[in-house]
Ligand binder design. Structure first.
Ligand code: PD2
Ligand code: ZN
Length: 277
């Protein structure tokens, strides 16, 4: 797959180069292989990585409840879930009563003794690290770890028509006063060296479901800066959004605003392209 030759004296990112990168990515060549082909063709490392970053990867299928096209009530198997907000491109739903109050409290009780300071993905290595952008405490359940976790996972799978096996373990987070999660994307940056190890376990993240288990006294909305949207954290409700392209063009930048009073608790389910193991 020889990369386009460099034309002119300066290395400018041409339309040819962009189209070539998009075609290679669509053909399934990894970002590292595409970068190497550009370097071999004489492109400088700086220009080649800039061109890669600017070119979105091909779109992959994402979860979406087909019924949302015609109804604001969705069948989640053991209950009906109401939709209060629908957005397309980017695709986002706000769901009401996904969990009842008893389920929220039981999840909090089961998670509380296992909480630890939340980590973020270390992009260089693919490992995890403590980061000032994320000041919550959290824990992960194994998939199907308890009866309640399995019930919630089956409900999510039915609601979104996406296999339970493609989901990461449910994560529970507690934000105390002042805690926040600064705006970020949930997908793994395909151009970072550490991503290859993470992507080997089920491919990209393609969607996020944040379920609110406890509403803080004040603050703590989930914010989508590109959409000028804030979702209020109401017990039992949830926000769902998907991102078929692991790129800022997905417009899924989002964060957890600082909690100003009380505690905010959430459970997050991240969905992968394939079976997550
Ligand atoms: O707590 C939130 O609102 C929030 C914001 C951004 C959660 C996540 N991201 C997440 O769990 O990815
Ligand atoms: Zn997030």
């Amino acid at each position: 797959m020889p990369a386009p030759v460099i034309t002119g004296q300066h290395q400018a990112i041409s339309r040819d180069l962009r189209e070539w990168i998009a075609a290679q990515t669509a053909d399934g060549h990894g970002r590292e292989a595409v970068l190497q082909a550009m370097l071999t063709a004489g492109w400088s490392h700086q220009v080649a990585t800039e061109a890669l970053t600017e070119t979105p990867p091909a779109a992959v299928p994402v979860p979406w409840p087909a019924a949302a096209a015609s109804s604001l009530r969705l069948d989640a198997g053991d209950r009906q879930v109401a939709i209060s907000t629908v957005m397309r491109a980017p695709d986002l739903l706000v769901l009401e009563n996904l969990l009842d109050a008893d389920e929220c409290l039981a999840l909090i009780d089961a998670a509380r003794p296992r909480l630890q300071r939340s980590l973020t993905v270390a992009l260089e290595s693919g490992g995890e690290e403590v980061h000032a952008d994320r000041t919550s405490d959290g824990m992960f359940f194994l998939r199907g770890e308890t009866g309640l976790v399995a019930t919630i996972e089956a409900r999510i799978a039915k609601l979104l028509d996406w296999p339970v096996e493609n989901g990461e373990g449910l994560q529970v987070l507690r934000y105390g006063p002042g805690a926040e999660y600064k705006p970020h994307y949930d997908y793994f940056d395909p151009d970072e060296p550490g991503s290859a190890t993470i992507l080997a376990r089920g491919g990209q993240r393609v969607a996020t479901l944040v379920i609110y288990l406890q509403e803080p006294g004040e603050g703590g909305a989930t914010v989508f800066p590109d959409l000028r949207l804030q979702v209020a954290p109401r017990r039992g409700s949830a926000v769902f959004f998907s991102y078929g392209q692991a790129h800022p063009c997905s417009q899924t930048l989002h964060g957890g605003m600082p909690v100003l009073a009380g505690e905010k608790w959430i459970a997050t389910k991240w969905l992968r392209e394939r079976k997550f193991s």
